[in-house]
Design a protein around this ligand. Structure first.
Ligand code: NAP
Length: 271
């Protein structure tokens, strides 16, 4: 039986770093890396395969957003099963996601709904279609965020979408424990990736106060394989997550709305 690792959102940032570390430190027959930008995926796969001396990393160019995206991945896995024989998903990393900076009323509603589709529907759907391929010892990592712990002004839908990912992941961990399948929610604060550029429509190129992804990803992999349900790398992220229990939810949202503006090139179409 072939053991596969699947990483969504692998063409940049945290997903790219997951790919590099899994390729270097873990043992799978194939690593499928998924995103929409073919060139970026191919470059990463070529570089890692050349270093390994074999075709380990396989680029899968796919838009995984929403029900249609989940269906595409389901069909891909089924076809591979027919072509290659029985498959086991040893590691599944649901990492593709994006945010939008700025007040809800000033952001395209279509963009907000697309975000919920990718950040919530896709994570739910991919976990569902992966279930038959997860065996005892398999690990699932869902990328949530530190933003999952408190409602945030100027980040309203994003924070809510990541609260969903955190809550869902912990409940799934509880349900799959008896099958010895581990589920972990990665909850990073600011990490240096392309996130801010996407979230701000290009108004902010770099994530403010961004931390390099290497240690964040390494600690997450360690915790996930140990069966921990949440990965928070930096002490200040752990303190923030803990303290959020004592801050009123409305107060947190109102304060961040007033005092933590997030720049955004205005959407041309608010529909
Ligand atoms: N950076 C941070 O500060 C931070 C903090 C907390 C949580 N996070 C979370 O970390 C995850 C990774 O983000 P990142 O920070 O690494 O940002 P990033 O560099 O922008 O990476 C996002 C990844 O998602 C992929 N993606 C976006 N839409 C997709 C779609 N429809 N189908 C397939 N792939 C898609 C992108 O690839 P393509 O564009 O090629 O499709 C890219 O590989 C996200 O879930 C994000 O919410 C980030």
């Amino acid at each position: 039986m072939k053991r596969i690792a699947i990483i969504t959102g692998a063409s940049s940032g945290i997903g790219e770093e997951f790919t590099r570390q899994i390729c270097a430190k873990y043992d799978y027959d194939e690593i499928w890396i998924i995103a929409r930008r073919e060139e970026k995926l191919r470059q990463l796969a070529d570089q890692l395969n050349a270093a390994k001396g074999r075709q380990l990393v396989r680029p899968v160019v796919m838009d995984v957003a929403g029900k249609a995206g989940v269906e595409s991945l389901k069909a891909f896995i089924e076809n591979e099963g027919k072509a290659q024989g029985e498959l086991e998903i040893g590691l599944l990393i649901n990492n593709a996601g994006f945010g939008t900076y700025g007040p809800f009323a000033e952001t395209s509603i279509n963009r907000q709904m697309d975000m919920v589709e990718l950040n919530c529907t896709t994570v739910t759907g991919i976990c569902g279609i992966a279930l038959p391929y997860l065996k005892a010892g398999s690990v699932v990592i869902n990328t949530a965020s530190l933003a999952a712990f408190l409602p945030l002004g100027n980040f309203a839908v994003y924070g809510a979408s990541k609260s969903y990912v955190l809550s869902f992941s912990i409940a799934l961990a509880a349900e799959l424990r008896d099958k010895r399948i581990k589920v972990c929610a990665l909850c990073p604060g600011s990490v240096s990736t392309e996130f801010a550029n996407v979230a701000s429509n290009g108004a902010r190129k770099e994530v403010k106060g961004g931390f390099p992804p290497q240690k964040v990803v390494a600690q997450c992999l360690k915790r996930a394989f140990k069966g921990k349900t949440v990965a928070l790398y930096r002490p200040k992220w752990r303190v923030t997550a803990f303290m959020s229990r004592f801050v009123g939810r409305y107060l947190g949202a109102r304060y961040t709305y007033k005092y933590n503006p997030r720049p955004r090139t205005p959407d041309t179409d608010l529909g």
